[in-house]
Design a protein around this ligand. Sequence first.
Ligand SMILES: Cc1cc2nc3c(=O)[nH]c(=O)nc-3n(C[C@H](O)[C@H](O)[C@H](O)COP(=O)(O)OP(=O)(O)OC[C@H]3O[C@@H](n4cnc5c(N)ncnc54)[C@H](O)[C@@H]3O)c2cc1C
Length: 285
Amino acid sequence: MPVLIPENLAELREAACSHDPVLLAGGTDLMVALNHRSQRIESDLTVVSLAQVPELRSWSHDPTSGELTIGSGITWSQLERAPFDALAPALAQAARTVGSPQIRNAGTIGGNIATASPAGDGLPVLLALDATVDSVGSDGERSTPLSELLTGTKRTSLAPGEVIVAVRFKVDDGWQGYAKIGVRNAMVISVAGVALVLDGTARRARIALGSVGPTVLLAGEASAFLTSEFDWDAWTCSEATIATVAEMAAEESRPIDDHRSTAEYRRHGVRVLTSRLLKRGRERR
Ligand SMILES: Cc1cc2nc3c(=O)[nH]c(=O)nc-3n(C[C@H](O)[C@H](O)[C@H](O)COP(=O)(O)OP(=O)(O)OC[C@H]3O[C@@H](n4cnc5c(N)ncnc54)[C@H](O)[C@@H]3O)c2cc1C
């Protein structure tokens, strides 16, 4: 099976467009899928490594627009540290919960998005941040809201060979956090995950949920209620608002029973995590 290792974005575009490629970033999802035989690489397919493309490993922050652009090849180990821990604290918190140090050294944000698992820890955060995904494929470049890119459980609107180049979102003036529960404290796929963004500039709250639906979900009604009830000047909200928002988020989740958890425990998890995050968010700005 041929393996191509492009060294810049132009070479990557050429490789991805002119072959029937299997894209390989950190390999932490792809190799598991191959080992479990849920994915096969036929001998006539070409593996295109993304590891040596510097453009995918770059990032930028525009202080004027406030936009943070993160290359798809940025790893979890990078995301958990400076400057991302200050620019996107919820993403850094999510990064710290991913797998083990070895997985975080290899796994990338682009691979997390493309895998589109409802349990992907980066996804609720990026959804709450209203992120946009930049990609390039045989039809050229496009920018797609993450909410539209994720079409179902492990399904995206990416065409075969279409490469995620970067993900970007506004770094807002406010508070953001991510919390998850699992069956243990480390090396654990989430049983429920919640991301909360309190955007002080837009005066808007967004709550996104992981592992409690076929894909990550925006808790739209809970977000709208919190947006209207939060006192954006005093930066606080009442205990009653917290309880109502937590209940609404739990009601908006669509969990299932499986080998990791019952649906009821997942719904309870959403209630507790939402309440916990909101209590933290109203105290710290
Ligand atoms: C032991 C273990 C523990 C884990 N724990 C967690 C966890 O706690 N939380 C969590 O969220 N995940 C976890 N994962 C899953 C995985 O580490 C992450 O989803 C990671 O971000 C995947 O990135 P990658 O670079 O390794 O992707 P890869 O495995 O290289 O690729 C995954 C898929 O995405 C495609 N792809 C990769 N990059 C791009 C791109 N730029 N454009 C288009 N398509 C692309 C590939 O073709 C492939 O289909 C774990 C995995 C393992 C093995």
